[in-house]
Design a protein around this ligand. Structure first.
Ligand SMILES: Cc1cc2nc3c(=O)[nH]c(=O)nc-3n(C[C@H](O)[C@H](O)[C@H](O)COP(=O)(O)OP(=O)(O)OC[C@H]3O[C@@H](n4cnc5c(N)ncnc54)[C@H](O)[C@@H]3O)c2cc1C
Length: 400
């Protein structure tokens, strides 16, 4: 089977890349190692910048028909009360809010829309084992089954543990993250509501995502601290959760198997490409969950890659001289967001997670944002639309 493009990984970056290149008339195979998209640890936030792209592609209306909830203000609970720290409602964009949609629904939506283009193939349960090389260039992939696929371009969209990182094919620069996350879910006791709640109570930090009939919860813990927590026992962890989110009903949590440890990383590749290969999304730059922006950056990378490469690739041109353009375009917004995430990690979360450092008073920026509605628009704009947002410029070859 002929491929213009092979995409490793069926996350937000990979499926969107498959969609856009197939839309431009390329023959694309996206390879995803899992059998389905159903994994709770994936983030759920679809930001205005992503919905603007869906609008440009004519997909926004259908996307918003899928079940989701909407948030146009960011609130945190800090030092005993709720503070409003961001406002997106003023944004001049087709969808001025964050849509919370389980990521498996979002990916399923993109897959369904991509299926309209004859060049799109998504193969599930297809783990890639490594790359094929010829004369210093990547020429395709080898699956764990031994099957080989060849294409003039391979895009690595296989996330934070990408093969390009594990094998040292592209050099990694680590920025560091002071925290890990314990992920768990509990039933709703009828109390509470809203799509997202953050709580910094008494030096504990928990984030709660509303999934309809249950809460998906993240307890933020110091980096590498899971073993120590295990030694202290389950009751200790239940106590930490109860301190962070006092109105959560923890009745169903009765074993360690109810918790999943997620390692948080903040890093990026020094160079995102080499002949025949381009890395995008978390494979190129692992994002911290702070501000829930990683999915949206991954989507913007896919748009930038398609803008630069899809037309020439569909026309059979050599795209190697163009690969550097994608990194040049995306490095600046990635670097700015990572710097902001690192500042938040070091100055707020890292300090908060140190033993014996409960936050008695909200920091000045939080108090100012809460008091001044106009000021709140600034974080709303940064988080909602990001920096150097992408617009779809890749061509469409209409099916049929
Ligand atoms: C705890 C946590 C919570 C987060 N919450 C949010 C949030 O709410 N909002 C947000 O925007 N961002 C969030 N993020 C960040 C976000 O998850 C990532 O930035 C985003 O998923 C990156 O998308 P991606 O497509 O590049 O990579 P991924 O989503 O990691 O997708 C990579 C895909 O590649 C597949 N794969 C891996 N290896 C192979 C292989 N060898 N062969 C085939 N397939 C392979 C994987 O199965 C996966 O489907 C969070 C991150 C963490 C750690």
């Amino acid at each position: 089977m002929h491929n213009d493009l092979i995409v490793v990984g069926g996350g937000p970056a990979g499926v969107m890349t498959g969609f856009l290149f197939a839309r431009a008339g390329c023959s694309v195979t996206v390879l995803e190692k899992h059998a389905d998209f159903f994994r709770d640890f994936r983030g759920d936030t679809v930001h205005p910048s992503t919905m603007e792209i869906l609008h440009e592609l004519g997909l926004l209306e259908r996307f918003l028909q899928r079940p989701h909830s909407r948030v146009d203000r960011a609130e945190i609970r800090l030092a005993g009360r709720d503070w409003t720290i961001g406002d997106l409602s003023h944004l001049k964009t087709p969808a001025p809010f964050i849509a919370f949609m389980p990521q498996w629904d979002f990916l399923d939506f993109l897959r369904q829309e991509a299926a309209a283009y004859p060049g799109f193939r998504l193969e599930m349960q297809s783990p890639v084992a490594g790359f094929l090389h010829e004369g210093g260039a990547v020429t395709g992939v080898r699956l764990t089954t031994g099957r080989e696929l060849r294409a003039p371009l391979t895009i690595a969209a296989d996330g934070r543990s990408s093969i390009v990182r594990r094998t040292g094919m592209l050099e990694l620069e680590t920025l560091g993250a002071p925290m890990d996350i314990l992920w768990f879910s509990v039933g709703k006791s009828g109390k509470g509501g809203g799509a997202l709640r953050g709580s910094f109570e008494r030096g504990r930090l928990a984030v709660l995502i509303d999934r309809g009939d249950y809460w998906q919860c993240a307890l933020v813990i110091p980096k590498g601290g899971a073993d120590e927590l295990k030694t202290k026992g389950l009751d200790h962890v239940r106590q930490l959760v109860a301190e962070a989110a006092p109105d959560l009903d923890l009745g169903e949590i009765d074993g360690w198997e109810d918790f999943h440890l997620l390692s948080v990383a903040l890093d990026r590749l020094r160079q995102w490409h080499r002949p025949g290969l381009l890395a995008i999304g978390d494979a190129a730059h692992a994002m911290s969950p702070i501000s829930g922006i990683g999915i949206n950056l991954a989507i913007q990378d896919a748009v930038a890659a398609a803008n630069a490469l899809a037309g020439p690739l569909a026309a059979g041109k050599d795209v190697n001289p163009l690969l550097g353009r994608v990194q040049r375009r995306r490095l600046f917004p990635t670097g700015v967001i990572q710097a902001a995430q690192k500042a938040a990690q070091d100055n707020v979360i890292g300090r908060l997670l140190k033993p014996g450092s409960p936050l008695g008073k909200a920091p000045l920026p939080v108090r100012l944002l809460d008091r001044l509605p106009l000021l709140r628009r600034l974080p709303g704009r940064l988080v909602g639309l990001g920096i150097r947002r992408e617009h779809v410029r890749s061509p469409e070859v209409r099916p049929g």
